[in-house]
Every structure is written in structure tokens, then in C-alpha cells.
Design a protein around this ligand. Structure first.
Ligand SMILES: [Zn+2]
Length: 262
């Protein structure tokens, strides 16, 4: 799934079209059916922002296009006239550049504010302390691995960053929030923010646990484990040595779930 940092990179690439009056079309019939191309065609693109896992393209006249890329969606930006593979859902053409979007399961016009999203972890106005406060304001029986993925609490962390963050912070994903100290939450979030920012800047993240089930932990050599986590049954990855020995006395066993997803 595209993580917050990949959306920030897409937003950065799309800046070349900001200020331009764009021609819009939807070569893909499903994209055409969204009505987005008709609504934005001929309008000036005023801004492009990544907010959590959404890309918001604001056009003149208050028209806002919300693009959530889910698993497979992506944007490409190239010189005007670029040949496209397959049929993009949406193509936006400016005088010199064009952007194309593929596989947009959520491509919609949106007048709703993004108030339901929590603060974007990558935004400079977001402080780690504020995010810790938000995490403390919810039911403390919630699992840390689930709460950090809840985009209403903090926007931007996806499955990969969750796994890597909790490994770096030595926090077991099934710990309840009240079993994790403010310091541990804060340092986990600070690590995630720094790592995601360097990924925005182009650094290639080296994975310690994500999709490394069965392979040795880079710290202690114990095989990495993986299992579905939470209602959405996202797959969590953790080192049973580094991330469980630090647990408090309260035994919290992972719920056994019957389906596994990669
Ligand atoms: Zn380990």
C-alpha cells in the first residue's frame, strides 16, 4: 500500500502542474465514470498536498480532487505527450507537463474537509507530543499496532512503516496502549517521522522486519514472525525476541487469526 511518504513524493512531483490551467481526460472508462475529468477540465490547479494517505488536488472554484491510492494506485508525471501504458484513470495536461493516474480505486471529487484525518506525521506543524496526546485520549486497551495505523489518530503510517517503527522501538505490536510508556511512543513516532522524511527525500528504506517473516532479525538473529493484526487483519511483522522480552508482566497473547495476508 502506498505509505504517507510515497504520497508526499507524488505530491512533490505534481507541483510542476500547480498554477497551470489543465486539460483533463479519463482514458479508462472506470475513471470516466467518476466524473472527475469533466469537473476539473479547463480549471487552474491551485495546490497539491498529501494529507495522510490522501492526495488532495485543489482546483480553482473550490473543486477538490481526492486521490487515495490504496494498494496499486500511482501517479506518473512526465513531459506533455508522454506515451502511457494501459489506460490511466485520469490524465492532467499542462503546457509542458502532464500527470497520469492509474488504478485509482478512490478517485473522487470531494467537498468534505479532511477533518476526520488525524495530524499528518510528516507535517512540520505536527509535533510528536501532540500525537502521543491523541493516542492517550483513546481507549487504552487498544493495541499499539492498530492505533498507529488509525488514520484518525495520526495520518501517514502504513503497514510497512508500522512494522519497521515498532521493531526499532522494540515494542510488540499487540501491546495495549497503556502498556507502552509515553517515552516509548514518542521515540517510536520520532523514529517513524525521521525515517519517512528521509524516504520522501529519496532515501531507500532498508527493511528490518517488513515482509521478512522467517528470516533472521537483524539485531538478534531470531526468525521474524508475522500474523494478521486487528479488525482489518493487516499483517504485522515482529521479532519475538527483541519485541517481546521487553514486555511487562501482564501477559498479552496475540489473538490467533485464521487468515494471513501478505
Ligand atoms: Zn530481534
Amino acid at each position: 500500500m502506498p505509505e504517507g511518504d510515497s504520497l508526499h513524493r507524488a505530491a512533490a512531483r505534481l507541483q510542476v502542474l500547480v498554477g497551470e490551467r489543465v486539460e483533463a481526460e479519463s482514458p479508462n472508462p472506470q475513471g470516466e465514470a467518476t466524473g472527475v475529468a469533466r469537473a476539473v477540465n479547463g480549471r487552474v490547479l491551485e495546490s497539491v498536498r498529501a494529507v495522510g494517505k490522501h492526495l488532495l488536488l485543489r482546483f480553482e472554484g473550490g473543486v477538490v480532487l481526492r486521490s487515495h491510492l490504496r494498494m496499486n494506485g500511482h501517479w506518473r508525471v512526465g513531459p506533455r505527450g508522454t506515451e502511457h501504458r494501459g489506460r490511466p484513470w485520469l490524465v492532467l495536461r499542462g503546457a509542458r507537463w502532464e500527470a497520469a493516474q492509474w488504478n485509482g480505486p478512490v478517485l473522487a471529487l470531494d467537498q468534505r474537509p479532511v477533518g476526520r484525518l488525524g495530524p499528518d506525521l510528516l507535517a512540520s506543524e505536527t509535533s510528536v507530543e501532540d500525537v502521543v496526546d491523541r493516542l492517550r485520549a483513546v481507549d487504552q486497551a487498544r493495541l499499539v499496532g492498530e492505533a498507529l495505523l488509525d488514520q484518525r489518530l495520526v495520518a501517514g503510517i502504513g503497514n510497512m512503516w508500522l512494522a519497521e517503527t515498532l521493531w526499532h522501538a522494540r515494542v510488540f505490536p499487540w501491546r495495549r496502549l497503556d502498556e507502552v510508556s509515553d517515552e516509548a511512543l514518542g521515540s517510536a513516532l520520532a523514529w517513524a517521522r525521521t525515517a519517512m522524511r528521509s524516504a520522501v527525500a529519496g532515501a531507500r528504506p532498508s527493511r528490518a522486519v517488513y515482509r521478512r517473516a522467517g528470516r533472521p532479525c537483524r539485531r538478534c538473529g531470531t526468525p521474524i514472525e508475522s500474523r494478521g493484526l486487528g479488525d482489518a487483519n493487516r499483517t504485522a511483522y515482529w521479532c519475538p525476541h527483541c519485541q517481546e522480552t521487553a514486555r511487562r508482566a501482564t501477559p498479552v497473547r496475540p489473538q490467533v487469526t485464521d487468515s494471513w495476508r501478505g
